[in-house]
Design a protein around this ligand. Structure first.
Ligand code: IPE
Ligand code: IPE
Ligand code: MG
Length: 241
């Protein structure tokens, strides 16, 4: 039941961390934690719908994560393809619009084709927008926006005045998150207290929620605790209330 009077984040974002430690604690390979983490993704998508969250974004793979051992990287990429193939029917049936944002040029063609198919199939859905940040980093996003803007100006010098009048909202239209509201709440699991180059621009006024729980253990109950914590926050945006 959605409580109409409760303050719910319109956009909740999660830095899914702690898969490797979860597996190591059980004497298993790190990738076992990534496999188990897919069940947490499923649980959080359901929880988002149940709690009335309209945008759920998940940090799945950073630009820096390309520096991990190549077998871990290829297992993770294979897991993405499999998870999308396995989950797409159910996501579509439940009205979930699926998106992947990040540096798509670094992804292999099979993964890109799967992403394109899933995004096209679910583009009209309106219950929940699920965004997977893949090969994403905040600095990369700001840089690609600045480069596109510079190239546009080089090709079209008459835009000079438009560019000099550009404000923060105008600039944010060049970020990959164009059209997506900024995250109201950013959650990070596994007891790490940092952004790791995640939504640097978009998170300017986000609330934060940190938990010791490792990502494979982050299920509906943990999701509800984060939403509960958000409901008690007082957002002031620099003003006096
Ligand atoms: C998060 O878990 C998943 C990714 C970053 C891909 P980790 O793989 O970072 O797990 P820990 O932090 O080493 O435990
Ligand atoms: C952040 O987790 C990136 C994702 C969750 C995708 P990491 O495990 O890569 O972050 P660091 O290296 O501990 O900062
Ligand atoms: Mg980690």
């Amino acid at each position: 039941m959605i409580n109409e009077t409760k303050k719910v984040p319109l956009h909740m974002s999660i830095i899914m961390d702690g898969n490797g430690r979860w597996a190591n604690e059980r004497g298993k390979e790190r990738v076992y934690g990534h496999f188990e983490g897919v069940s947490s993704v499923r649980a959080c998508v359901e929880a988002a719908v149940e709690n009335g969250v309209r945008y759920l974004s998940l940090f799945a793979f950073s630009e820096e994560n390309w520096n991990r051992p190549s077998d871990e990287v290829s297992t993770l990429m294979g897991l993405m393809v499999k998870a999308m193939a396995d989950e797409m029917d159910s996501l579509d049936r439940n009205g979930v619009r699926f998106m992947v944002l990040g540096n798509r040029e670094r992804l292999d063609p099979e993964l890109n084709a799967t992403i394109d198919a899933c995004m096209a199939r679910t583009s009209g859905n309106e219950v929940l927008t699920l965004i997977i940040f893949l090969s994403y980093s905040g600095k990369w996003d700001i840089l690609q926006a600045a480069k596109r803007l510079a190239l546009e100006l080089a090709e079209c010098p008459e835009k000079r005045e438009d560019v000099s009048n550009l404000d923060a909202d105008g600039f944010s239209r060049y970020l990959v998150t164009d059209g997506i509201p900024d995250p109201d709440l950013i959650v990070r699991t596994s007891g790490e207290y940092r952004l790791s180059n995640y939504l640097l621009w978009q998170g300017a006024y986000s609330e934060f929620y940190f938990t010791e729980t490792l990502w494979p253990d982050f299920r509906k109950e943990e999701f509800a605790k984060a939403v509960e914590s958000y409901a008690k926050r007082d957002r002031r945006y620099g003003k006096v209330k």
